[in-house]
Write a protein that binds this ligand. Sequence first.
Ligand SMILES: Nc1nc2c(c(=O)[nH]1)N[C@H]1C(S)=C(S)[C@@H](COP(=O)(O)O)O[C@H]1N2
Ligand SMILES: [Mo]
Length: 556
Amino acid sequence: MARASRRDRVAAPLAWAAGVAAVALGAGLGELVAAVVSPSSSPVAAIGGALIDLAPPWAKDAAIALFGTGDKAALLTGIAIGMIVLAALAGWLEARVPPWGVVVVAAFGTGGAIIAVTRPGAGALAWLPAVVAGAVGAVALGLLVRMLRPRPAETPAAPAGTESDPQERTGAETRRLVPAHDGVSHPPSAPADPREPAASPPSRRAFFAWAGAATAVGVLAIAIGGLRTTASAGVAAARRALRLPEPRMAASPAPAGAELDLPGLARVVTPNDRFYRIDTALIVPELDPADWRLRIHGMVAHEVELTWDELLALPLQESWTTLTCVSNEVGGDLIGNARWLGYPVRELLARAVPDADADMVLSRSIDGFTASTPLEALTDARDAILAVGMNGEPLPLEHGFPVRMVVPGLYGYVSATKWVVDLEVTRFDRATAYWTTRGWSARGPIKLESRIDVPRRGQGLKAGEVVIAGVAWQQQVGIDAVEVRIDEGEWRPATLAAAISDDTWVQWSMPWAADKGDHVIQCRATSKAGEVQTDEVAPPAPDGATGWHWRTVSVF
Ligand SMILES: Nc1nc2c(c(=O)[nH]1)N[C@H]1C(S)=C(S)[C@@H](COP(=O)(O)O)O[C@H]1N2
Ligand SMILES: [Mo]
């Protein structure tokens, strides 16, 4: 391609616009193809998933600390911004040193395809959306930047209809569609002097029309593809149609008085739609119960396989367990309590008969996530279950439908595998779980913690009688007492609400005669084992945060 002279250089903002429009169109069509092929093959999801897996532990920690359960939206926004910047850069490259912009876009498509096929659970066509995205983006970029260049007049316009090169044809169509150009004093397109043909100036209006159309189609396609992906029609419908069997052993209802019912205090039973969600899955895996299989293997005498129907035919039992994330900061809300319905993992392991020297079960999700749970926690008397129900309904898709693990007393990252399909009986010195390879502890017993919920942060308080209330937990151990102190004065005992069980959090409250001024409220719990919650401040990594929760309030 001829080097553009200085005079007919494409203005940089137009080149950026060409890049963004081309990539929007490519990415949009890629998302559409992904919606048809399989949601998790979406190039954006594949790249996001890879970023999540490759991110250093401090980055995951920072993301969760900053955005909480909005971490995925934040990541997607970041990817979108990154793509726009790269797209603009590709447009600029294509204008200045063609065909390098096209090459860059095609290379990103190829890279995205490679990432998509190497994601866990990738289907046979996982490469297709990214290839479509890259190819469409590259061709569109070439065409759009071409429209920004003056056409040498001596090149005869191709006769319409016989042209085979699509690039040429679009150019020809453009000429026909938009005969006028930007209206400034350009020389007429027919050269005055036949020996010195003037270049015909590019039509900016045509460019904007095509670039705008490409962007609009791209954005629309992303929206449609995204909708299809989140609606996950088939599996969501299968879930809605499901009726779970009655438990053989029902959990006793939460005792009267377990719920203090104070505005601002976390409900003792967390509604499913308010339950925190933490996982590495940008796109919620769609696992049809009819296709679900659990394989128990590794260091066992007998391999065990279980289908959905077989699981539901077993005597299911209910249990209350409060789930907690290791990334929960002191005072954080990555914790929730539910009534789970499931089958004891202990019973399934008894069928498999683990080898005497096995000490760990590596549970694996359909999306590749793994958790290392001490074998003992799955064989002792606690309610470690393969859960199918949550608060009286099938598991919500984002909480692991159709089957997940729930193990009281352990942080989620070492126990609560969602969309679980595989249990490998092994040893801690032979296998390593997802977060352990990223610097988190291989074992994660939940630490003794307590939290102040009310008065709420920034809540204006009138002097007089005020209620301080919150929650405290150490699953498997239980809470014996919570104390509160104001302005580092004496620790005074709070009143514990009735506990559902030692595997759940418990609410607490204390009346306080508040006088005017700024005050600091602190709380600490004592476990049934006699442990007093430490004031030693530890961050979430590598095995859970510690310290006292405190809150400052202003009383008027
Ligand atoms: N498949 C899968 N399961 C997973 C995770 C994950 O990333 N992928 N995260 C774990 C972590 S870190 C926690 S705290 C719990 C959270 O469960 P929830 O989202 O239902 O609250 O799920 C666990 N199970
Ligand atoms: Mo977690």
